[in-house]
Design a protein around this ligand. Sequence first.
Ligand SMILES: [Zn+2]
Length: 346
Amino acid sequence: MISVKSTGAAIAKGALPYLCRYLGVNAAFRAARSKSLLVLTYHSVVRDQHYSGVHSDYTVSLKTFREEMTMLARSCQPVSISDLADWWTGKADLPKHPVLVTFDDGYMNNLTNAAPVLLGLGIPALFNICTGYIESAQALWILEIYWRVLHWPNATIPTPGAGIDRTVDPQGRALLAGSVREACKKLPHEECERYLDRLREVEISDSREEKEEVFGFLDWDGVRRLKNKGFEIGSHTVEHPILTRISLDRVDHELRASKLAIEEQIGGVCRCFAYPNGSEPDISSAIAGRVQEAGYDFAFTTIGGFCSRNVNRFELGRICIPGNLSPSAFLNRISGCYSLVKQYVG
Ligand SMILES: [Zn+2]
């Protein structure tokens, strides 16, 4: 039986963005929130020939990114972290329809692909980096798990937790990779590391060039080049553990060691932090308190996306932009309409 919720979700993803765009619903939503700061999250921006759509939660093609930034520059007023700080302390107001563009993890393609587009359109941005991955050839653990399950060469695949092997047909492989990745996010971090070690016992044959383009991290020289182009560098921890799955002592280490490394390397202050994964089960008031104690000025979640000045500055919401959005679906997201529909229909 088809539920009202699943039917509603299908409509929200399908026809609704077109209707909202052409019936003026998006515009009405944006007008109602003209004074709230919209914050967007991107991850990897890959050249079009390397965009397969498989990693669309974390990757967007350069062509789509350019189109989205052009729409953003036309419909909103991009602002910087310094503008945000001045707004927060009451020194200056933000313009109407303010938007802040952020990137998580620290991919080399942020410098080579995203930065030229941003500079060309005059859009400031915040890049939140995982310092333990900078200059490393390793893929981010969450994406490595996904990648290894997707390209697993054997008939049975170890799964996390109970360690049961499953046989999967190739069509179901992407679905399994996604569900394994999501299951791992809910486990204690050490358990994820043990599971990843098991996956690493089997060699994967894949395209080195594609992997490098999608998952390759910045080196410190690249981080400094972003800083010297006027972009803000924030922390996204050292090793990208989900902070509610580790001890508070390790949380302190992740917050402080990453901030220190960034400040030493860029010769400036690291004011911002982004929670790994950043959804509701991934943060807590105790952790937000530790972020403040570590000396950050602002911290970003992935909950919501429109911020007013009376919200907690250590739990600022962001909207994640996946790589598979049509132009209408993108406009639907940045209007806030999508979040409201999703809240009611799932
Ligand atoms: Zn991340």
